[in-house]
Design a protein around this ligand. Structure first.
Ligand SMILES: C[S@@+](CC[C@H](N)C(=O)[O-])C[C@H]1O[C@@H](n2cnc3c(N)ncnc32)[C@H](O)[C@@H]1O
Length: 284
């Protein structure tokens, strides 16, 4: 049995002055429970922030959570965790409280981790950028972009079940990221209005969408394309053409992330969807 200090607070209070006071007092982890912060300690401490109360907490619950594989995922300075789980943040880390429900995007999959790592890379500065997340799922990437300083983060997903989950995750994190239901295309945003495009899809879909990516990206913009299984990255590499160019590649296990840069110059003309040839005799 451990002791826990329960007080009113929300997820991002755990990162602010209140969180710092709890960590300074020797807290081993903070749980979010129905509008409360529950800070777990080996034993009671003096000098706690006012307004809270001590209670018993079953330390074995946390071990069970660990054994069930529900540990938070740490990617650089980002920590992705289910909202009711225990999280220990180190200085400079940012937590994303994500309840993925039926949507894809817990942060455990290599493809999501590749994108989060690319977003949180020390050399990348998201401040002032307009970000579009294509295939937002749980909203994890757009919410991460918002937390990392993007001026605007939008997500689009064709799956009607994912969008409310992404919106709930944005609320849970007090994120300004916005999500909409829709199938991605060249009209998903005004031409040249995206500085950073994120897409965790698959190689063939990226190839199909390259023209739309090029139209939506502003000159100098970047696209982080993941969800590309090893062996298929060549399809995307070979399909990239001006005004896009391959800027970098990352691999984790069987998965690739390709980073594209949008070169200066006017947006390419809108593509006309190629007619599917009908095989001779097919209509007879
Ligand atoms: C692999 S999940 C990625 C989720 C999240 N972005 C992540 O990185 O963990 C792919 C998502 O793309 C969505 N999707 C697939 N095709 C799409 C399309 N044409 N337009 C919009 N969303 C699409 C799916 O519904 C799914 O939620």
């Amino acid at each position: 049995m451990a002791r826990a200090y329960r007080l009113r607070g929300r997820a991002d209070d755990a990162e602010g002055a209140l969180g710092a006071a709890l960590w300074d007092a020797g807290c081993e982890g903070v749980q979010i429970d129905d509008g409360d912060l529950v800070a777990v300690f080996a034993s009671e401490r003096d000098g706690m922030p006012p307004g809270g109360a001590w209670e018993d907490v079953d330390a074995r619950d946390h071990v069970a959570a660990y054994l069930e594989g529900l540990r938070p995922v740490r990617v650089g300075r980002l920590v992705v965790a289910p909202s009711h789980r225990l999280v220990c943040l180190r200085e400079g880390q940012t937590v994303l409280w994500l309840d993925p429900g039926m949507a894809f995007g817990t942060g455990h999959h290599e493809t999501t981790r590749l994108a989060l790592a690319a977003l949180a890379a020390p050399a990348r500065d998201l401040r002032g950028l307009r970000v579009l997340d294509v295939g937002a799922g749980s909203g994890v990437l757009a919410i991460a972009a918002d937390r990392l300083g993007a001026a605007e983060a939008r997500g689009i997903d064709v799956d009607p079940e994912s969008v409310p989950i992404a919106r709930a995750n944005a609320d849970r994190n007090r994120s300004r990221a916005r999500f909409e239901l829709g199938e991605f295309g060249a009209d998903s945003a005004p031409v040249g209005s995206v500085d950073l495009l994120l897409a965790n899809l698959y190689a063939e879909l990226h190839v199909r969408f390259l023209g739309a990516y090029a139209r939506l990206l502003a000159p100098g913009g970047r696209a982080l394309l993941t969800g590309i299984v090893a062996g298929r990255e060549v399809l995307v590499r070979e399909a990239v053409r001006a005004p896009l160019r391959l800027e970098g590649e990352q691999r984790e296990g069987e998965w690739w992330l390709l980073e594209l840069a949008r070169e200066p110059g006017p947006a390419p003309a809108a593509e006309v969807e190629a007619a599917v040839p009908v095989a001779a005799g097919a209509d007879r």
